[in-house]
Design a protein around this ligand. Sequence first.
Ligand code: GLC
Length: 430
Amino acid sequence: MKTTTTRAFQWVGMLAVGALLTACGASDEGAAGQAGPGTFEGRGPITYVAGKDTTGSVQPMLDRWNKLHPKEKVTFIQLPTDADAQRQQMIQNAETKSDAYTVLSLDVVWTSEFAAHQWIDRLPEKRFPLEKMLKPVVETAKYRDGLYAVPASSDGGMLYYRTDLLKKAGISEPPTTWAGMKADCAKVKKLPEARGMSCYAGQFQKYEGLTVNFSEAVNSAGGVVTDRNGKPDVDTAAAKKGLDFLVDSVKDGTIPKDGITYLEEDGRQAFQSGKLIFHRNWPYVYSLAGKSDIKGKYAVAPLPGLDGPGSSSLGGHNLALSSFAKNKATALDFMKFFSNEENTATFLKDASLAPPYASLYDDKALVEQYPYLPVLKESILRAVPRPRVVQYGDVTSAVQQEAYAALSGAKTSAQALKDLQEALQKSTGQ
Ligand code: GLC
């Protein structure tokens, strides 16, 4: 994967947030300037709030904690699967200063926004083994040098493909370019068993997943959404090549008609039920697909790009502590437990969730179970972060709106990129 630093978004939130920032004392054990002055007091029941657990691996983990801590039980509050809907509900909870949510499973792109608004507490770094974790993953949990969350799982986009069909069509290696992928599809579709199948789908519904897929397409064509200083730079020929790949794929049927309604779970279902030859999704699909009709008939490869392997967006979830919660001493212990090496290894074994710990990617037994782990580690290390800005909500909604307008044919890709550039300049003040 050919991400370079010049391509990386380095949009560290230095924007108009002065008024929102705490005069934070930044002591390692403290959360000075925050609601609940950094002492993490109180023991008793708490809640863990996350998107719907499609893997079924969370409740067993909570059960283990609850058995060990009968007076400090954790109740699982499940939000919708759609990342934007999760963000909305978490913000609503924070704006009403409700104590209903204790530990939040925060998407890596929300850290700056939640920290700047003081919706989450600054955390004591020394309590967590951050030095054992992949560096870019730890970075996602920081805001202005302070730690505001603890990495629980990372995420990198991968290309799932049907090994059985490629082999039958005489293709020995998965494609590394978009053109290669289309050529492979043309061959596979000649097979009688591929009748009615579509070539490719990712996440193209108008939500956070579209921001991810759009950014990956732009980056994989050599473009950027923002430059290394965080300045929007998306109205370029390279970015257009990326967006054109998606737009043309919708037009020429590479992506099925209903592909622009897909969230992660829709794509997974389509791939598992034999409707797709190639599919872009996160690692969690690997384990679930192994329990479906395509068991033993798929593998994963790095995402393809314009002239060679593409680059993934950096995804994942971190544990954050709601500033308005009670029983913070319990919460901190629970966050330590949930994110420890042993438990993230269990999430990997049971649900193929990408762990934050570097060593697990080289573990012999785990690599035997998931042969793609070394490739995934590289992909995460080189993945392109989405903008780290306090106004992430505005930025992502501009991306979603313009990318969707192009995909649905309401605008040309040139117009959509021009409008996106303007909208991003406005929302970032750059
Ligand atoms: C996954 C990723 C997350 C991303 C989301 C988009 O959950 O881990 O970072 O924002 O997908 O749908």
